[in-house]
Design a protein around this ligand. Structure first.
Ligand SMILES: *Cc1c(COP(=O)(O)O)cnc(C)c1O
Length: 455
């Protein structure tokens, strides 16, 4: 563990304390002695940092620990890498952390119309980025699903979901009074256009009703498999059923063009795929559906007679405020750039898995070759065999990984588990693969001597 990480936090916190002096002083009259003392404290900490002195700092305040895993480890957690903040997002977080900070220059009483900072431009670019006409930012992909289900479902309406669908899709349907019917993913764990068409036919034959909505993810959270969203888009068109493309694991990492796919709605997650603070996400749609989901409020007060026509009820007026939105905006230039390098991310993912499979007994439960960086691996015939006789049981693997600076696998699990290599450099990828091979050798698991080679 590098002592400088905690020292760095100490310095950042000391700067925040210094900042607080200005936030509480009469304008222009900050106490000079207090400032000098604050600066001296920062300098002393930076000096410690230079000398690599250790830090005793453990908490921000009462029992809220520092979080140092992104600085001290390679984090292979399945859901976290796409939401790791960019340096720009972290700066936005510091500058716009105050509650309603985004409202400084709000004139039209609508978040997406704010021009300073350029929230309005960001919305326009975001819609283009996912190949749709209109977009709103929402507190998480789940709130995007909810806005759609709440807008178009009536009680008892049927919604088709993948049998690998995310729980938040089910809950969004439940809340709107809908009923779920699942599309089977088959032995390959992949949803095809044909499977969707067959399920629609079956639903029509058994209930006499046409599904009102189709929600399918491009990449599911269980296997990270790619589902045939284009084929599904075509089927949705043929049957005239609106299609919500769930891009929680794609928007912000994979190039996405909703209209080319044939989607009526595109939902993305800021904290899963767009290097933004949680909860954040986006809901994009076409000119055809925008008047439905982004309709204006019509309610009025019976005494006050007030109306709120500028507000959109599905958004409850404004959605992401302050640091959540600003982090998303600050990361956006890098997000636009990074989706162009998705192929390289897939290459690294495949390199890692190929190396991982050199360990006898290791298997990958996801489709292979990989098309995503999230993978479900099966180590029941390798690391789990070791775990059975190890005094630390399944935790032996977490211990060994942690010792090598790797964190984020499900601690204690040596059976079927998930990891995500998104955003790791080639250097880190090779290090990660070598770490697993090294652990295998230490526990006398056979390792195929033929390496995968780069790329
Ligand atoms: C993570 C995930 C979600 C939920 O995303 P939030 O932004 O946290 O609401 C929905 N669907 C899938 C497939 C996911 O992987």
């Amino acid at each position: 563990m590098d002592p400088r990480v905690r020292k760095l936090y100490e310095a950042l916190f000391a700067l925040e304390d210094l900042r607080e002096i200005f936030r509480t002083a009469v304008p222009g009259c900050a106490d000079e002695d207090e400032i000098a003392a604050g600066v001296a404290r920062v300098e002393a900490i930076l000096n410690d940092l230079k000398e690599q002195r250790s830090s005793s700092l453990r908490y921000i305040t009462d029992r809220i620990e520092l979080r140092t895993r992104e600085e001290e480890y390679i984090n292979i957690n399945p859901i976290q890498p796409g939401g790791r903040l960019t340096p720009e997002a972290r700066k936005a977080l510091i500058a716009y952390g105050d509650g309603y900070s985004i409202c400084d220059w709000c004139r039209d009483l609508r978040l997406d119309k704010i021009r300073r900072p350029p929230v309005d431009e960001f919305h326009a670019e975001l819609a283009e980025f996912v190949g749709m006409d209109e977009v709103r930012v929402v507190p998480g992909a789940r709130r995007g699903f909810q806005a759609v289900t709440s807008s178009i479902l009536e009680k008892g309406d049927i919604v088709l979901l993948s049998e690998l669908g995310h729980y938040t899709e089910y809950l969004a349907v439940e809340l709107a009074g809908g009923v779920v019917r699942e599309v089977p993913a088959g032995e390959a764990h992949i949803i095809t256009g044909d499977a969707v068409a067959e399920t629609i036919e079956e639903v029509q034959a058994t209930t006499g009703k046409k599904p009102k909505l189709l929600i399918i993810e491009h990449f599911d959270y269980s296997y990270g498999n790619e589902h045939d969203v284009r084929g599904i888009g075509r089927v949705a068109r043929e049957y005239g059923i609106p299609f919500l493309y769930n891009g929680a694991y794609s928007v912000g990492m994979v190039p996405v063009n909703g209209k080319e796919i044939g989607a009526d709605f595109v939902v993305g997650s800021g904290h899963k795929g767009m290097a933004a603070v949680a909860p954040s996400g986006l809901l994009a749609t076409t000119d055809e559906w925008a008047p439905c989901v982004f309709r204006s409020s019509h309610i009025s007060g019976n005494i006050s007679a007030r109306q709120f026509e500028t507000k959109e009820p599905e958004m409850l007026g404004c959605t992401l405020m302050g640091a959540t939105l600003l982090s998303m905006m600050a990361s956006f230039p890098r997000i636009k750039e990074r989706v162009k390098h998705w192929d390289e991310e897939v290459k690294k993912s495949n390199y890692f898995i190929r190396e991982f499979l050199r360990i006898e007994g290791n298997a990958v439960a996801s489709e292979y070759p990989r098309k995503h960086t999230l993978s479900r691996v099966d180590t029941r015939n390798s690391f789990d065999k070791v775990a059975r006789t190890h005094k630390r049981r399944g935790f032996f693997l977490s211990d060994e990984l942690k010792r090598r600076g790797i964190i984020g696998e499900f601690a204690g699990s040596t059976r079927v588990w998930k990891l995500n290599t998104y955003g790791l450099s080639w250097e880190r990828i090779r290090y990660l693969a070598d770490a697993f091979l090294d652990i295998a050798e230490k526990y006398n698991l056979r390792v195929d001597p033929c390496s995968a080679g780069a790329g």
